[in-house]
Design a protein. Sequence first.
Length: 184
Amino acid sequence: MRGGGKKWGGGGGGKGGKEKKKKKKKKKIFWEKTPPKKKAALPWLAVTITLSLVYKKYFVYSETAGNHLFIAGIALLFMGMVMYFSTVPLLLRGLKETKLITRGPYSLCCNPLYASLLLLIIPGISLIMNSWIIITTSIAGYIAFKIAIKSEYREMEKFFGDDYKKYRELTPEFFPFPFRKWFR
């Protein structure tokens, strides 16, 4: 017992400790509204990996590729992980400070988390496992991304206004090849 005979986490004070605290309703802001469509690719990835392990002979790219696919997969996976883990701290800082982030991976494309997963990490896993069915996760994920991202863009435009519109005009949406910036 500590603090005058009250247990940790005990009620204490007013009406015999049964006083209920009023719950404040927190207004959701744009980044808390993650559409379920964006998460749809992950269960499919689990299915494709399972199918690749159980029925390997049906989904191989090549029986004779040797280590070439594995090495290429490791390279893609490594680049994807670097991009992903360099994006996360910037995203978290931007959310905490309610600030539009346009540097780092965000200077390459507007959606570097999705790009790193769908263009680098999942294809890397596909090559490492020598299984073409895994790459269908990237295709399904990209379709889900294109459907769900529209609402996020509307929210971002409402929140950041013209700064966000200008950023979107100058920065590729998904594919991190900012030719418009390089050849201006």
